[in-house]
Design a protein around this ligand. Structure first.
Ligand code: NAD
Ligand code: MN
Length: 358
């Protein structure tokens, strides 16, 4: 029997709460399926680790997880540690060296959930956002001079490479091609950003020729926010830069009902390194410790992890369980306007898995 070894990194805040729920659900699912086993190795890396050791993860941290089948990640961020330290010290310290360049973010209105848009219901909003995850605006390039002085100058340099843009574009076209509507929107800001973004547009047109059956169009990122809110039905697959897609995907999550349901996969498509699965949201210290974090995003991320591992049957079973639970407003957590706790939502998903006989 297959035994998957998963590195669980809960991180900070509600990351710990939702990963605890997620590992419980995955273990139950493996038992119910009977065709595979899952072993979790837990890593206590994050802001508490940082306060003790001055680093977010041990120096040999990456080699401790590089042979795992996948990484199941919570969130990082603490009120008393700068965000750029937590982000670069842990999440990006994993994503970048493991070359997880394709960040995939599905968004759908799940059954029973009411998004904020009038007259937009289940089926009207069914998108996948592909975020370039290795370069662009988050390449970490730039610097500051004359810090704190009136003449201070800071630069934040975006890096776009032909190889990097071509591979994410191919990935996005492939993904669009695999979806029923076969539509792709390439998002840039090539009017104001006249170097990297113009190259994006050119490469999009080149790669598009390899996928004649994919219907594609281009959109500036500011106009895209309007289209997402006013004509959600017109969108299918989206590809955008690291920064643009980061912003668009929080908007997408809100339009689908809550950040608390939005999942993501950081993929190394070549499978040379492990891929990482996580909720889009952060550590949410405003609700940490209250037991009300919505675990659905973390469960949906587990669906993506199972698909990546090739366990489609279990992935489908988990997605059915999630949808059965969201369909019941009594099982909505406060971010969805309900009263259910993390424990109650998790128990309901566990019940739905156990009772699913297909
Ligand atoms: P956040 O995602 O943590 O929270 C935004 C809002 O959404 C908060 O009101 C929060 O309570 C709510 N929310 C988020 N997830 C929820 C869930 N599962 N259930 C219910 N409500 C939920 O973003 P923020 O407040 O901007 O950032 C808090 C910290 O998280 C910061 O330190 C930030 O840097 C970090 N962060 C980390 C990641 C990551 O690890 N991938 C992503 C975003 C933010
Ligand atoms: Mn984000």
């Amino acid at each position: 029997m297959k035994n998957y070894r998963i590195a669980a990194i809960p991180g900070d805040g509600i990351g710990k709460e939702v990963i605890a729920a997620g590992t419980e659900v995955l273990s139950c699912l493996a038992q119910r399926d009977g065709g595979f086993e899952i072993t979790f190795d837990h890593f206590d890396w994050g802001s508490d680790y940082y306060k003790q050791h001055g680093i977010m993860m041990p120096a040999d941290g990456r080699s401790q997880i590089e042979n795992h089948d996948a990484i199941y990640f919570g969130a990082v961020g603490a009120p008393d540690v700068p965000d750029h330290v937590t982000l670069w010290g842990l999440r990006l310290a994993i994503c970048q060296p493991f070359d997880q360049y394709a960040n995939v973010r599905p968004t759908r209105i799940l059954p029973g959930i009411q998004g904020p848009l009038r007259n937009v219901k289940e089926g009207d909003l069914d998108w996948v956002i592909v975020r370039e995850n290795s370069e662009g605006e988050y390449a970490g390039q730039g610097g500051r001079s004359h810090v704190g002085l009136p003449e201070e100058v800071a630069t934040e340099v975006s890096i776009f490479t032909r190889a990097g843009v071509t591979r994410i574009m191919r990935f996005a076209f492939e993904l669009a091609q695999s979806r029923p509507r076969k539509k792709l929107t390439v998002v840039t800001k090539s009017n104001a950003q006249r170097n990297g973004m113009v190259m994006w547009d050119e490469i999009a047109a080149e790669v598009a020729r390899e996928y004649p059956d994919v219907e594609w169009d281009k959109m500036l990122v500011d106009a895209m926010t309007m289209r997402m809110t006013l004509k959600p039905q017109s969108i299918d697959t989206i590809v955008a830069t690291n920064l643009h897609a980061d912003i668009l995907s929080d908007l997408a999550a809100a339009l689908a009902g809550s950040l608390g349901i939005a999942p993501t996969a950081n993929l190394n498509p070549e499978r040379k390194f492990p891929s990482m699965f996580e909720p889009i949201h952060g550590s949410a210290f405003d609700i940490t410790g209250q037991g009300i974090a919505n675990p659905v995003a973390t469960f949906w991320s587990a669906v993506m992890m199972l698909e990546h591992l090739g366990e489609q049957h279990a992935a489908d079973r988990l997605m059915r369980a999630i949808e059965r639970v969201t369909a019941n407003p009594d099982l909505h957590s406060p971010d969805l306007g309900g009263k259910a706790t993390t424990r109650e939502v998790t128990d309901a998903v566990l019940e739905a898995i156990k009772g699913d006989n297909s």
